[in-house]
Design a protein around this ligand. Sequence first.
Ligand code: GDP
Ligand code: IMO
Ligand code: MG
Length: 446
Amino acid sequence: MPSTVLIGAQWGDEGKGKIIDLLTESVDFVVRMQGGSNAGHTVRVGDDEFILHLIPSGILRGSKTCIIGNGVVVDPQSLFEEIDTLTSKGVRIDGNLLINETVHIIFPYHKLLDVLREELKGSSKIGTTGRGISPTYMDKVGYMGIRAIDLLDEDVFREKLRINLHEKNLFLTRVYDHEPLDFDEIYSQYSAYGERMRPYICNTEIILNRALKEDKKILFEGAQGTLLDVNFGSYPYVTASSTTAGGACTGSGTGPTWIDLVVGVVKAYTTRVGSGPLPTEFPPEADFVDRKRDREYGATTGRSRRCGWFDALVVRHAVRVNGIGAAALTKLDVLDNTPKINICTSYQCDGQAIKEFPNSTAILSRCQPVYEEMDGWMSDTSNVRRYEDLPENARKYVERLSELIGAPIEIVSVGSERSQTIVRRDLLQKRNSPTRGNVAGGSFQQ
Ligand code: GDP
Ligand code: IMO
Ligand code: MG
């Protein structure tokens, strides 16, 4: 059975958790394939709110199997805190959560180095979540990482930790003038974590490939967003993993031939946490988002999110590099009381028009947005459940966005509740032919 990848099309926090929760109803497996507990995916079910960091959001629907794929980096402390919080709220985690045996493990020195490196960068800091993500991926690609499977073998773990800590303590003491970390403390703490993780750890690529052959449905849950991708994001203001659709294969051990739909989650405006250019950022006097009401605070760090108008260049770039075939537009209701709405359709930089998202961050930081203005709808959409019942100007906005990004908008979300959703096409019904990006016109401009 072909599978579906869901990714964020902007700078993260697009509302992926809500859309994953919606789509999970129709699948058998939900798989995280990259990132770590830097993610914060919010799902509201009635009066309950859940924030998932590492565990796939599908866990809230007990009968689904949730997999933490090999591309994820796992902080055992944060994993167990999340498991304990979820179980205390009545969520069943019992045989329905599996962790790939080759996930790389986040150690205390990764978190410490994440913070110290940021301090050293001063005003050029990335604004990381401080969860040790980049230092852990650095060890992975530097052939130094320690994997879940290593924690389960006393001798292997001891030797790998010895080599690792020797190097990290040199960095800590000589570069950062910091106290060295203690081997015995980390060894005993992480040996205990390994034992607690043992029942969850297995070869999930075998399980997933068997499931695919048995016609089971798989949904890949992307974390972060396209503009934070280490290859296609606004480098260096990115995260350390492949947040784009390609990451679903390398981060799970399933081949690209099994994927036939990429769903891009797109916020009706733009937000970003952390540093880096954001061309459409609202000037303080014209801020149309009420951060408290609209929940524009980081779900992991609590930091205030920077907000701005919709940037069509950003999302068109995301449609291109992910092959987005269907978009889910979230938080349309946030614009309900905005009389005039701007959409960025191109940039001006050094006297030149720029029509596609530039790969140079230096250029991006000098870009001035060129806006197209639309009339708002000035009415409450949060109770609308059918597309044709949306106010005319809201439909015009959705259709204009679809045209500009080059992908059909098949889901419109008008509130954080499961029910506050307009589904224009059932995306996970049996599909006969592959669905790729750019199916609704809006061809990429030169
Ligand atoms: P994620 O990281 O992409 O899963 O997004 P976050 O959970 O970090 O942030 C999205 C926030 O918006 C959460 O507080 C959601 O409950 C909320 N949200 C999601 N969809 C909607 C929507 O359509 N309207 C409103 N008002 N809030 C939404
Ligand atoms: P979800 O899955 C928004 C940002 C951080 C920082 C940069 C690098 O909830 O959409 P890192 O700690 O990953 O090294 O930080 O990436 N960032 C996110 N921003 N949503 C996220 O996840 C993010 N995960 C990381 O703010 O700018
Ligand atoms: Mg989030």
